[in-house]
Design a protein around this ligand. Structure first.
Ligand SMILES: [Cu+2]
Length: 460
């Protein structure tokens, strides 16, 4: 009985959270940009923190994040400069060849350091960054620390290889990383800053690596930071108790620091002041025909470059990611482009579900293709819609199996049905992890939204 009441309360809370999220999503349908600072967050897409000198100040902070089951969890985090606590840490975007400098200021009551997996010859205060041992030869940190309660340390390295990388605590990482001391480094390749544009539309083209096979639409660049939380560890840390790490049991599962349905809310959603990054993937159908059948009229639906999805796993276990309905083309692991050393063989591959190990990064290209070329008049592919009682008319449903064809929904149904858009769930295939402390349909879930080709009711 008590469980039932709790379930209803949680359900009501989920709906409360979901409603403004859906409203915001439908209101903000314009494409997103990257390479912008936090001040004006585009509603969707990866948010880059940039610096003209590739110099960043990261300050450790404490704060709270909210989980859709109603809980607020105490966290540690990296914030840029003197900005308020945020979770996860800022996405530091630099260019290949930059000398990256990161000044760590530590306000926490424990020593903190940062390690940079995938970066070579990292320096700490001008000396090679190396593991630190105490007087009796015990390892105390994987890198020189910023001492507790106000200490600082400066790291630097040459960003020699493009790709998606993790930065995270190297001091007591089994505790400090799950407490939230992690973030993402994105190194744009030297090929990227060149003024590459599409010959038909003049729109910019970006590259994830120094390879034309890694071309993507820079308006559709997304990040998925995969993490987990054992709230008992966080509570013990907040209250100053020791925590036996043998008891470590994650109960919350976050994408970009949020659990579903908050994952699909906009960047900078006002009810998530410390969790600025959404993870809704928002694209249009892939169409590489620049002209209509007459060969001269520009094709308004022309969309020849896929989205880029960057993934990192900062958790302690393997996580699968399944983008549903579409395969992603995996083009790189850990900053290594999947191409043979002689450059001749493209070793990228389409994957139904990708399993990402702790500490790994993976980049994939993602597109949605209208294979059957459905058209309401010219090509009305017949489909039998099941009886209403056999349908689950959820929030993310247009009433039609076809993109661009909104249909009437049962009376009282609250659903997104703006222009016949599709919503595909994208989630972790370990279904016990699409939960929030046992509440189902939270945790590691986000969505891909596919709008009909332009022009449409969402973007006239
Ligand atoms: Cu599924």
């Amino acid at each position: 009985m008590r469980l039932m009441t709790r379930f209803k309360r949680v359900l009501r809370y989920l709906l409360l959270v979901l409603m403004p999220a859906l409203l915001l999503i439908t209101m903000s349908v314009q494409g997103s940009g990257v390479k912008q600072l936090h001040e004006a967050l585009p509603p969707m897409g990866m948010i880059c923190t940039t610096s003209p000198t590739a110099t960043f100040t990261l300050t450790t902070k404490t704060g709270y994040i909210t989980i859709p089951d109603g809980n607020a969890v105490f966290m540690w985090g990296f914030s840029e400069g003197d900005k308020p606590f945020q979770h996860p840490g800022p996405v530091l975007c630099v260019n290949q060849g930059d000398t990256v400098t990161i000044v760590l200021h530590n306000t926490l009551p424990e020593d903190v350091s940062i390690i940079f997996p995938g970066q070579e010859n990292v320096m700490a205060n001008g000396q090679p960054s190396q593991p630190v041992f105490n007087g009796v030869g015990e390892l105390v940190s994987l890198a020189p620390v910023a001492p507790a309660n106000g200490g600082s340390v400066t790291y630097s390295f040459l960003a020699s290889k493009p790709g998606t990388y993790i930065y995270e605590s190297g001091t007591e990482p089994a505790k400090q990383v799950p407490m939230g001391l992690f973030g993402t480094i994105v190194v744009h390749p030297t090929l990227d800053p060149l003024p590459m544009t599409d010959p038909y539309t003049g729109q910019p083209i970006a590259y994830a690596y120094n390879d034309i096979g890694a071309a993507y639409n820079p308006e559709t660049e997304y990040l998925l930071v995969i993490s987990e939380i054992d709230p008992m560890l966080n509570m013990a840390t907040e209250q100053g108790y020791q925590y036996n790490m043998n008891d470590y049991t994650p109960r919350y599962w976050n994408y970009n620091g949020r659990s579903f349905p908050d994952t699909v809310a906009d960047n900078g959603a006002p009810w998530l002041p410390n969790q600025p990054y959404g993870s809704l993937v928002y694209i249009h159908p892939f169409d590489d025909q620049p002209f209509l059948a007459d060969g001269v009229t520009p094709n308004p639906a022309y969309n020849a470059y896929p989205a880029l999805l960057r993934h990192i796993n900062v958790g302690t276990m393997l996580y699968s990611h399944h983008p549903h309905g579409n395969h992603g083309r995996v083009i790189a692991w850990d900053g290594h482009l999947l191409r043979s050393p002689d450059g001749l063989w493209d070793m990228s591959r389409e994957e139904f579900t990708v399993t990402i190990a702790p500490g790994q990064s993976m980049d994939s290209l993602f597109k949605w293709t209208d294979v059957e070329k459905w058209h309401p008049v010219d090509n009305p592919i017949p489909v039998v819609i099941p009886q209403l009682q056999d349908l689950a008319v959820g929030q993310f449903y247009s009433g039609s199996p076809y993109l661009g064809n909104p249909e009437a929904l049962p009376v009282g149904t609250q659903a997104l049905n703006q222009c016949g858009e599709y919503y595909h769930i994208a989630h972790n295939h370990a279904l016990n992890q699409i939960t929030a402390w046992g509440v189902v349909l939270s945790g590691h879930i986000t969505f891909a939204r596919i709008d009909p080709p332009l022009p449409n009711n969402c973007q006239p």
